[in-house]
Design a protein around this ligand. Structure first.
Ligand code: FEO
Length: 405
């Protein structure tokens, strides 16, 4: 993989990983993911973030380094902004190749190096305000950014180029190919990355929105001219664009969400689906945008992405063995874990011989503090009166979405 110059002494290196594996063992990555590392050459040499032995990433890293005239054994300092194994999994091998390298991480990061890789020496804990002078004008400054999204996380800043090595923050799913900079992608490609940024954020980082905001506030005093994350595009033309996107996503926690409805539905024999069609007509009557996600057919990762940004949620599911439709129970559990709070919501669904989903549903969403319209359930096929009622409830949900702050 090519080494891309950010400045005379800083290079972006990346490994594109195309795999059937799920990211974090949960999230599909049909467009793959890039593992980005950065090389900073002063009199001493620093490598910022490593890779996992995944999809040929170590070989890609080695190739990128050699294009910048550096061998793995030449690296003096390895800066680990974050210890999740996608950025550190190859550490033990790297240390065997380069036993003299000094490893810098936060104090919590150092503990994780010991726990994950049983490395005990050559470790140095750094904290906010600390810096590493590499010579020839290259200085790396460290800023702790806990819980974005692990507790040991930090970011690294190089002032002469204004490059912020932000690790997972400002990252995205999706491979890069031969290009890495925002100005090398056309508007359509950037739009695709933006969708994958939201999916990445909602899947990986969303639980820690307040910490994202805190980190962005901390960085406000830095003259950031390049945002260099550990996944996805390096932003040199419009670094504010990715920071603003992350700020917007973090603000979804407080409202300011898109005036859309995320419809999550499942149906066994078409009766819930028939009722849902009437509720959808009600939403259309009010002209509100909506997205449709059928469970279990569609992966949770995409549902979460749309639910996270949407002001409204419509849940349609039948009762199954006295309780919720099981795939929906999984989705609602994840919405609660990812703090998809405070939405305008409606639940509808059919039942066969007896209802029962309501109690379990109410328990599942209790912590989410949704502003819920009264549920509507019906036996078997929905009759005209039920369909008219469903259409009106769809309208009401759409009106609430439009009126939300
Ligand atoms: Fe990309 Fe949290 O690791």
């Amino acid at each position: 993989m090519k080494a891309h110059k950010i400045s005379d002494r800083i290079y972006a290196l990346h490994a594109d990983v195309k795999t059937e594996d799920l990211f974090e063992g949960i999230w599909p990555i049909p467009d793959g993911v890039s593992l980005n590392s950065y090389l900073v050459k002063g009199d001493k040499i620093a490598l910022i973030d490593l890779v996992r032995d995944w999809g040929g990433a170590p070989a890609a890293l080695e190739t990128g380094l050699s294009q910048a005239g550096v061998m793995l054994a030449d690296v003096d300092y390895l800066v680990l902004n974050h210890l999740e194994p996608d950025h550190t999994g190859w550490l033990a091998d790297f240390r065997r190749i380069n036993p003299k390298v000094r490893i810098l991480a936060t104090a919590k990061g150092v503990e994780l190096v010991k726990a994950f890789y049983k490395v005990e020496d050559g470790l140095e804990a750094v904290k906010t305000g600390d810096s590493l002078d590499l010579g020839s004008g290259m200085v790396l400054s460290f800023v702790e950014a806990p819980n974005v999204h692990w507790p040991e996380t930090m970011v690294t800043f190089e002032p002469s180029s204004g490059t912020l090595f932000s690790c997972d923050a400002f990252g995205s799913f999706g491979m890069l190919g031969d290009r890495v900079f925002d100005d090398q992608f056309n508007p359509r490609e950037l739009e695709r990355f933006e969708a994958e940024t939201l999916r990445y954020y909602s899947n990986i980082v969303a639980s820690f929105g307040p910490f994202v905001r805190r980190a962005i506030d901390k960085l406000a005093g830095l003259d950031v001219r390049v945002v260099a994350p550990s996944h996805g595009i390096v932003w040199r033309k419009e670094p504010r664009r990715i920071v603003e996107l992350y700020s917007k996503y973090a603000s979804y926690l407080d409202g300011n969400r898109e005036k859309e409805i995320c419809v999550i539905w499942g149906s066994m024999y078409g009766n819930t689906e028939r009722g849902l069609a009437a509720a959808i007509r009600g939403i259309e009557d009010e002209g509100v945008r909506f997205t449709m996600h059928r469970v279990p057919n569609e992966d949770l990762s995409y549902i979460l992405s749309d639910a996270y940004k949407s002001e409204g949620i419509l849940v349609a599911m039948p009762t199954y063995e006295y309780k919720m439709f099981p795939p929906m129970a999984y989705v609602l559990d994840m919405l609660a874990r990812k703090h998809v709070n405070g939405r305008s919501a409606l639940r509808i669904g059919s039942w066969g011989w007896v209802g029962g989903a309501k109690k379990e549903y109410d328990e599942a969403i209790a912590a989410l503090k949704w502003d819920s319209i009264e549920s509507l359930e019906w036996a078997g096929v929905p009759d005209e009166a039920v369909l008219a009622d469903l259409r009106e409830r769809g309208r009401e949900l759409a009106r609430r979405v439009k009126a939300a702050k």
